[in-house]
Design a protein around this ligand. Structure first.
Ligand code: SAM
Length: 275
């Protein structure tokens, strides 16, 4: 049952948090010259034209990345801001694979997984000439287990499912546990939507008792939690994030909240399990 298409949502407020955390993590990990393995377990189409029928239908970009006043954000936002501007001029919002490919170096490798029969060919076409990148139309959870531990010794994993079925809230935690067991020093970024807060609390409870260390929660909301359908906030559960990241977000998230949801929004930065 793959009905989710990220093109409807590309560049929305949830992508802003997700892609900011991704970029800051890549930048930090690149301070060392050693090669890095980037795994995107749920890659999507890779790149999103803003004039597509899907993007125009929801106009979520206009209330997300498109609403940012980039000149009023501090230097820590510059690299992401520059990508938003550069791709925006081409009428595109870049997905996580395109963002990672822009930042990663020749010595780094990207492994991208996407199941959707329409989005996978777009992803594969986008990276057909990039020798660092390998795209596969297969299950990202399963692939993660087969790729870790990374021969590169350093790995960044983005897990960004569509949560089309409720079971996914459990699957992601099982997948994180399986990955961590194989490579405890990798950095894992799990994105989640806040539709029902209970589902997120349950994930966090399981993670707290999993034995995994150094877990952080970063969240940006546009409305308080409620019982209505629809996403009111989204977050990242990060394992082994860069040590500087909580502090960087402490500066950036209040500003993003002010720009994107000044009245009803909120943000959250908290350690779930200490390092
Ligand atoms: C939220 S989108 C990904 C967006 C992308 N990470 C980004 O930030 O640009 C989630 C994608 O996961 C795909 N998907 C769902 N289940 C999957 C699975 N088990 N393995 C790989 N891809 C899957 C969906 O088709 C969808 O395109």
């Amino acid at each position: 049952m793959l009905s989710y298409r990220h093109a409807f949502h590309a560049g929305n407020f949830a992508d802003v948090l997700k892609h900011l955390v991704l970029i800051k993590s890549i930048e930090y990990m690149q301070q060392k010259p050693g090669p890095l393995l980037y795994i995107d377990t749920h890659a999507g189409a890779g790149s999103y034209p803003l004039d597509s029928r899907m993007s125009r239908k929801t106009d979520e970009y206009a209330a997300g990345a498109g609403a940012l006043q980039l000149q009023r954000l501090p230097a820590d936002f510059d690299s992401y801001g520059a990508l938003i501007e550069r791709f925006g001029k081409q009428g595109i919002y870049p997905g996580s694979p395109q963002i990672a490919a822009e930042l990663l170096r020749t010595q780094d490798k990207l492994r991208l997984f996407e199941l959707h029969p329409t989005d996978f060919p777009k992803l594969a076409k986008l990276f057909a000439r990039d020798k660092r990148v390998r795209c596969e139309q297969s299950d990202g959870h399963h692939a993660l287990k087969s790729l870790l531990p990374a021969p590169q010794k350093r790995a960044l994993i983005l897990m960004d499912p569509s949560y089309e079925i409720k079971r996914e809230y459990q699957t992601v935690v099982e997948s994180l546990q399986a990955g961590y067991k194989r490579m405890a020093n990798a950095t894992y970024l799990l994105w989640y939507p806040v539709v029902q807060r209970d589902w997120i609390n349950r994930m966090i409870k399981t993670l707290r008792s999993s034995g995994i260390k150094d877990i952080w929660q970063f969240e940006l909301g546009i409305a308080p939690d409620n019982r209505e359908p629809g996403m009111t906030a989204s977050g990242i559960l990060a394992i082994n994030p860069p040590w500087v990241l909580p502090q960087q977000l402490q500066t950036l998230l209040p500003l993003l909240q002010q720009q994107l949801a000044p009245i009803r929004g909120f943000y959250r930065i908290q350690a779930i399990v200490p390092g």
